[in-house]
Design a protein around this ligand. Sequence first.
Ligand code: PLP
Length: 386
Amino acid sequence: MIPYGRQDISQLDIDAVVEVLQSDFLTQGPVVPAFEQRVACHVGAEHALAVNSATSALHIACLALGLAEGDYLWTSPITFVASANCGLYCGAQVDFVDIDPHTYNLCPVALEQKLQKAEQSGTLPKVLVAVHLCGQSCDMQAISTLAKRYGVSVIEDASHAIGGKYRGEFIGSCRYSDITVFSFHPVKIITTAEGGMALTNNAELAAKMQLLRSHGITRDPEQMTHVADGPWYYQQIDLGFNYRMTELQAALGVSQLQRLDQFVARRHELAARYDQLLSTLPLTTPWQHPDSYSGLHLYVVRLNTQQIGKSHREVFESLREQGIGVNLHYIPVHTQPYYQRMGFQYGDFPEAERYYREAISLPMFHTMSEEQQAQVVAALQGALAS
Ligand SMILES: *Cc1c(COP(=O)(O)O)cnc(C)c1O
C-alpha cells in the first residue's frame, strides 16, 4: 500500500536522538529550548513553546486567551476534531464557519455575516481558530481585520503548514494572529513522533502558556506571591498540565527542521507533477491562492461526480483495492455524533458537506518516487473509467 503520508527519518535524525539518550537529560534539558528557539527564528516569531502535541498547544492557547465557560470558539468544519475540541476542554461552546469553495479554508465572507449576526444577539466568539487546510494559509488579512473589528482573538491552526508562507512571510510569524500552532505528528511536514508548538509575539501569552504546560508551576521569583522559602522552592500559581515535550522529541525536531525547506520543495515538485498528470481527468486539483506558498501537507482532489459513472465511495474503494492508501481530510466536525448531540445538523454548513462528498487525499510524502506517483495516477484513471 502506498500511504497518503509518511515520515522521512535520516541517519542524522537517528544520531541526534541517540546522542540525547546518552546525555544527562531525557526531559527538561537544553534541547527543548534550542528547538523552540530555532523554530521561532525560522518563522520569525518572538516566543515558542514546545509541547507534547498540537492538541495540547491548542488547549493552552485557548486557556491563555481566557476562553472559559460562557464563551464561544469558532472554527472551520473541515478540520481535524482537535481544532474544535480545544474550545470544549475550556468549557466554552463551539460553532463553525462554512468553507470557501476554492481554498476549502474558512470563508471570510461567511465569517463577516456570522459576526454581524452574533453581534446583534450578543454571542460574539472570544476565539477563532483559523485552520490552514492542506498547508495553504487562510485569508489572514481579511480574518485579522474582522477579528480586530469585533474583538475576537485568533489562533492559527498551522498543523499542516510549517514551511509555508503567506504574503511573503513564513506561517507562524503571528503577524495576523495572537498564537500559531504547529503539529509534529509523523504524517505532518516535519515530525517529533508526537509533538506540537505554540508561537506568539505576546510575552504575556507566552508566559501563561509556559505555566500551563507544566502544572501551573513557576520558579521565577517575580511571579511568586512571597519570597522563596529556600533554593528548593517553587509555587503553583495556576492549574496546569503535564504537556511537556521530551528532549528526545526535541532532538528529532531540531534535526528534521534542517530539512524543512527541502521537504516542502519536494512536496511542491510532486504537486506540480500531479497537477499536470491529472489535468485531463474529471476532477478538480488544488487551487493555490497567489498570496500563498503552501506547506502542502495534503494533496486533495475533488471528483466532478456528475461527469463520473461511479460514486465517490466507489472511486475511493477502488483506489484502496489497488493498493493506494488514499484518505479523506476531513469528515465535517459538525456531523460527528458528539457534535450532533450538541444540536448541529446535516445541512448546517453546505459547502463543507459538499466538499466531503467529493474530496480524496492522494498520497504525497517526501520520499515518494515518481514511479509511485505514476502508480497513483494509473490507479485513479482506472477507478474513474466506468
Ligand atoms: C494533526 C492535526 C491536529 C492535531 O495534532 P496532534 O499533534 O496530533 O495533536 C490539529 N489540527 C489539525 C488541523 C491537524 O491536522
